[in-house]
Write a protein of this length. Sequence first.
Length: 230
Amino acid sequence: MTEIDEATKIKMEIAELKKKTKILEAKPAKKVAKKAGAKPAKKVAKKAGAKPAKKVAKKAEAKPAKVVKPKKLTKKELAEAKRIAERTVEDELEEQLTESEIENFQIEKVDMERLTNKICDILAERESDGMLQSELWKKLKLSGRDGSRLSLKLERMGTITREKLLENDRWTYKLILKKTPISTQSIENSPCLVCTVEQKCSLDGEISPKTCQLIEDWVIAEFKKPLKAK
């Protein structure tokens, strides 16, 4: 064999070795791609996706929401809550007004004595049953505010008593006559007021109310007057 032939043979062996080397280099690259690409991605997806979601769902279902129990009120707090719920306009006025303002209350351009007597007449007809103050103020054409102040004044005077009650889901007062105020109406036509011999009049004297014809006539006339319609 010549030198040329040996050189050619060596070149062919080198070329064959290069081919085998390329084949060997190519196969491991594919395996690595599979390991680093598809399989790890699936495993990560499973771990990060499905399994944790199930665990969280189970935990959320397992633990029920805590029920917050209402705070138990003390006797003092219950009493205060009841007082606030039962407050009326009169209660607010009593807190705002002084005793002097209540006792000296006047309605502009109104004869307070005459108004008081009229209230007493109306309440006297109801006797111990009394009358709802809203009904009374409506009858007298008074505003609720004026009526409320007037009821406080009459209570301070000892003329009426106020009884608190629940009416149509609202707290209000029933007014009951306690005592009738002194009125001069019953003696307005008395002959004694204009009597010319009043100074000589006495129980045991010659001129006496026991034997006075003027007084007798007046009493009979008053007795015959019709009673007020109830």
